[in-house]
Ligand binder design. Structure first.
Ligand SMILES: Cc1cc2nc3c(=O)[nH]c(=O)nc-3n(C[C@H](O)[C@H](O)[C@H](O)COP(=O)(O)O)c2cc1C
Length: 345
């Protein structure tokens, strides 16, 4: 139904407009009495054996919505009805910012991918709280945090700490995002001294709170093996709760889309099918090299139950989807959960 009727309609629109159209439809329909229950009956798939205990949290199932889809925590209540085990909101920054100029989201359909240059467009962490306070779903909500584009890397620490304190009462876990390629020089913050400092500070602040929250670090697929070794060392030293692997890639290797189109789009983070293999490789490397010392959330190019199981077999404990959700539709969540139940019981 989605691939036959709904996706062709969405794909007639520019991608960013399609995003707001789709979420607008979902919000409107969800306000009709009985519709949320109907959606849940179609898309949700619950089974006790799908539950996962990780860093002190109970996830209803291991399939989550990746960061960037609901940056401002506008639709998580409605999206939860589609069967996700968890939803990550953000990336949020301290101050609202408009992000990069439009158009900044591109489909490369021949490759089943997206290239985005969004640049952390969001309404700010304090604004998101207004909606997080109106939480109706009992699924886990993660908060992905970043820095404002106007904040220099030297002052970045302050931005992350502000977001952490602001959102602490309203999200179940935190993700420190230093791996988005669309904010100038942000990926330079994947530098070990900075991360040791930042994660150490956040861990310390956490101990002063009534209820400490798990802290994860989201990394780029473009790190080489020695940088991944450093990531393993950072987790060991700071004792953060886990890694999200991976964000989008700046690589443009092996694409079917013609060069002219790719050159015209220029910069941005590539997601979807072209990322499947590399993100799995990163997960496998981290899991094997660390002797599975910490939890990993696997994300990047999951389009099928097989893709999700590959990530789990590589060492992921949970998975997230974004681009595959756009291309395959909400039915993908249930399909993955059913396959996981069948395989692992
Ligand atoms: C349009 C778009 C916006 C995104 N925004 C964010 C973001 O704000 N923060 C973040 O950590 N990741 C962001 N991502 C990355 C996704 O969370 C995910 O890590 C990446 O797309 C790989 O997964 P996928 O292949 O399933 O899309 C974004 C991805 C897309 C396509």
């Amino acid at each position: 139904m989605y691939k036959l009727f709904i996706k062709p309609l969405f794909f007639l629109m520019p991608p960013e407009r399609a995003h707001y159209f789709a979420t607008g439809c979902l919000t409107f329909l969800s306000s009709i009495p009985g519709f949320p229950a109907l959606i849940r009956s179609i898309y949700s798939f619950n089974h006790q054996k799908l539950e996962r205990e990780l860093f002190g949290l109970t996830f209803k199932n291991p399939v989550g919505l990746a960061a960037g889809f609901d940056k401002d925590a506008r639709w998580f209540n409605q999206l939860a009805n589609l069967g996700f085990g968890f939803i990550e909101i953000g990336t949020l920054t301290p101050k609202a910012q408009i992000g990069n100029p439009q158009p900044r989201l591109f489909r490369i359909t021949e490759d089943n991918g997206l290239i985005n240059q969004m640049g952390f467009n969001n309404l700010g962490a304090e604004d998101a709280i207004k909606r997080l306070k109106n939480r109706k779903t009992n699924i886990i909500i993660g908060g992905n945090i970043g820095k404002n584009t106007a904040t220099s890397n030297d002052d970045a620490l302050t931005d992350y700490i502000f977001n952490f304190n602001t959102l602490h009462d309203y999200v179940d876990y935190f993700v420190v995002n230093v791996s988005c390629p669309n904010v100038k020089d942000l990926t330079k913050l994947q530098d070990t001294p900075f991360l040791l400092n930042l994660l150490g500070d956040l861990k310390h602040i956490n101990t002063t709170k009534d209820k400490p929250k798990p802290i994860l670090l989201k990394i780029a697929p473009d790190l080489n093996n020695s940088q991944l070794d450093e990531v393993i060392e950072i987790v060991a030293q700071t004792k953060i709760d886990g890694i999200i692997a991976t964000n989008t890639t700046t690589s443009r290797e092996n694409l079917k889309t013609d060069n002219k189109t790719i050159t015209k789009i220029a910069n941005g983070g590539l997601s979807g099918k072209p990322l499947t293999h590399r993100s799995t490789e990163v997960i496998k490397y981290l899991a094997e090299k660390s002797n599975k010392a910490f939890p990993i959330i696997g994300v990047g190019g999951i389009y099928s139950p097989e893709d999700a199981i590959e990530k789990l077999e590589a060492g992921a404990d949970l998975v997230q989807i974004y681009t595959g959700f756009i291309y395959e539709g909400p039915g993908l969540i249930k399909k993955i959960n059913k396959a996981i139940l069948e395989k692992y019981g």
